[in-house]
Design a protein around this ligand. Structure first.
Ligand SMILES: [Fe+2]
Ligand SMILES: [Fe+2]
Length: 261
């Protein structure tokens, strides 16, 4: 990289958030760094986060899920899944760029909820593919990200790549009481109970033991019993186990320091 010279081009979409680059008022297309070979510099997670179309769609998706009574799936969930997916691959010593693609896919994985909860992975993948190409990502990389988005759902998703596997595990590991939107505990459904009981969750990756463990701390007084966890987690854990296996690892679920699987 040190011998590459940089030149500037003006091909940033107008909807890139100018405010976050320190500007104000009307959006002016900002220059992008282009590598001497003519190849546009890789799209980063930061650029994705600043792209207003993505932010708007993620916010609307979360708003729509809130109306039909789902737990939080907004920018908090997107950011967390993004960093967990990236960290899984970094801890397993994957190349930085592959981990960055996992971060981008993790950030965007639930965007399809803006259209419908059903098959939101697939609809999201189509949106993501189109918008990432518009943003300037290469087709090869956009395909990897879109496939990870399109395969994150536990019913239909398959770990079709290392990036997809990391996103599946990261998504299923976000269990926390802050996701519950229902203010009335008497009306909690099983998802609310399970999320509300979880006071801490952590994904531990051990590249020596080749294991990926989801460690949960649950407040047993908060309403969810272990059976609730099994009911909710069975399908999720099977998906995580398959995804971990794809990464050459064993998956473990640890609740209150007890290893369940
Ligand atoms: Fe999802
Ligand atoms: Fe999700």
């Amino acid at each position: 990289m040190e011998n590459q010279t940089l030149k500037l081009t003006g091909n940033v979409p107008a909807s890139l958030d100018n405010q976050s680059r320190g500007g104000s008022g009307a959006v002016t297309p900002q220059p992008r760094i282009e590598i001497d070979s003519g190849r546009v510099a890789p799209i980063t997670l930061d650029e994705v986060k600043r792209y207003r179309d993505f932010t708007t769609l993620l916010r609307k998706a979360d708003e729509h899920l809130g109306i039909i009574g789902y737990t939080e799936h907004g920018l908090r969930h997107a950011g967390l899944v993004s960093s967990i997916a990236q960290n899984i691959l970094l801890h397993l010593r994957y190349p930085e760029r592959q981990a960055q693609l996992a971060a981008i896919a993790g950030y965007l994985h639930d965007i399809g909820n803006v259209i419908n909860r059903n098959v939101h992975g697939e609809t999201g993948a189509i949106l993501v593919l189109q918008l990432l190409l518009q943003l300037g990502m290469s087709v090869d990389e956009a395909a990897v990200v879109a496939a990870a988005v399109g395969n994150h759902e536990k019913q239909t998703g398959v770990a079709v790549s290392d990036v997809a596997a990391a996103v599946i595990i990261a998504d299923k590991s976000d269990v926390h009481r802050s996701r519950v939107r229902n203010p009335n505990p008497a009306e909690f459904d099983i998802h609310d109970r399970v999320n509300f009981s979880a006071v801490h969750s952590f994904v531990r990756v051990d590249d020596v033991k080749h294991s990926i463990a989801l460690e949960l701390t649950i407040d047993e007084e908060a309403g969810a019993g272990v059976m609730d966890y099994f009911e909710i987690f069975l399908q999720r854990m099977l998906a995580c186990r398959r995804a971990a296996k794809f990464l050459g690892c064993q998956f473990e679920l640890v609740i209150n320091k007890n290893r369940m699987i």
